[in-house]
Design a protein around this ligand. Structure first.
Ligand SMILES: [Zn+2]
Length: 306
């Protein structure tokens, strides 16, 4: 997700919100006609990325993922297969993964993996080739609903589907003539969040962090909404998710705040794309667009999203 609340440990004080009554006014997205080609539209992927062989990138990512899992296991922080959070995430992934080939046909061959690491990091990632990890600091700290998990998962998977990591590696090789597309030089650029390098757990301590551009982040947000909607998860949960993030940031260190100045922009951008994805969501749910109730998160102080 490229949250960077390194070392952030405070949890949201969370209580169940009382269910209020729905607002009478029809939301903007419900007033718009359904587009002929539904869902979100994004531009072409950068052709620069073709400089990097995808097989090589995915193989390196797999290697890194295995190493991260091994380290987590040694530290006893890799949640077991039968852990409720692992089962829950894999169930959500099972609904999301069938939707991904629309965005990258190659992804139908990926060997998907979903794991949960018990660490306080407010983070998650999906490496090239479909290797996903969530941290309990995000899942439990923000008390994510299934819809909100799907938004995060959609976002992370979108980075992989749109090959943002591959593009970054390609750009890096252009600007760094000596760069080698192998070994640590490559794995250092796979899109692993800095949290992995700096977390108290020390996981992947020798990896360098890849920072996606703001454009990549926006694209991942937008494509993630589309993927979540097709899988039957409410895209409006993205708005609630970033409201939760804002609440966390109120209690966080100045360092955290400085790395997340764009929360409100992300909410604005997501709201802009709701008219494109809400009809998709309604169709997946088998209900009329206008019949969808507002999205309600599970914590006090997060407004229902119409
Ligand atoms: Zn991201």
């Amino acid at each position: 997700m490229h949250f960077k609340p390194t070392g952030f440990s405070r949890r949201l004080a969370i209580t169940l919100a009382l269910a209020g009554m729905t607002s009478a006014a029809a939301p903007v997205w419900a007033q718009q006609p359904q587009a002929a080609s539904d869902g979100v539209q994004v531009g072409k992927m950068s052709s620069l990325r073709n400089l990097v062989p995808e097989e090589q990138l995915e193989a390196a990512a797999t290697q890194q993922y295995v190493a991260i899992k091994q380290q987590a296991q040694q530290q006893n922080i890799l949640l077991p297969e039968n852990h409720p959070q692992v089962k829950r995430l894999r169930a959500i992934a099972n609904k999301i993964i069938p939707q991904v080939t629309r965005w990258n046909p190659r992804a139908s061959d990926w060997k998907w993996e979903i794991n949960v690491i018990a660490a306080k990091d407010v983070n998650a990632f999906c490496m090239p080739g479909g290797k996903i990890a969530f941290f309990t600091g995000l899942l439990d700290g923000l008390q994510l609903t299934d819809d909100e998990v799907a938004i995060v998962m959609g976002h992370e998977i979108a980075h992989a589907l749109r090959e943002h990591g591959r593009e970054r590696v390609a750009k890096s090789t252009l600007t760094n003539a000596g760069a080698k597309l192998a070994g640590i030089g490559l794995s250092a650029l796979l899109g692993i969040d800095s949290n992995l390098t700096t977390a108290a757990t020390g996981l992947g301590a020798n990896l360098t962090m890849l920072k996606f551009s703001r454009d990549d982040e926006t694209e991942a947000d937008v494509v993630g909404l589309d993927i979540a909607a097709r899988a039957g998860y409410d895209p409006r949960a993205g708005v609630a998710l970033w409201q939760k993030m804002a609440k966390v940031s109120q209690n966080a260190s100045p360092q955290w705040l400085s790395s997340h100045p764009a929360g409100q922009n992300r909410i604005t951008e997501m709201k802009k794309h709701l008219p494109a994805v809400m009809p998709v969501y309604a169709r997946t749910k088998g209900v009329a667009l206008q019949a969808l109730p507002p999205y309600r998160s599970n914590v006090k102080g997060i407004d229902p999203v119409s």
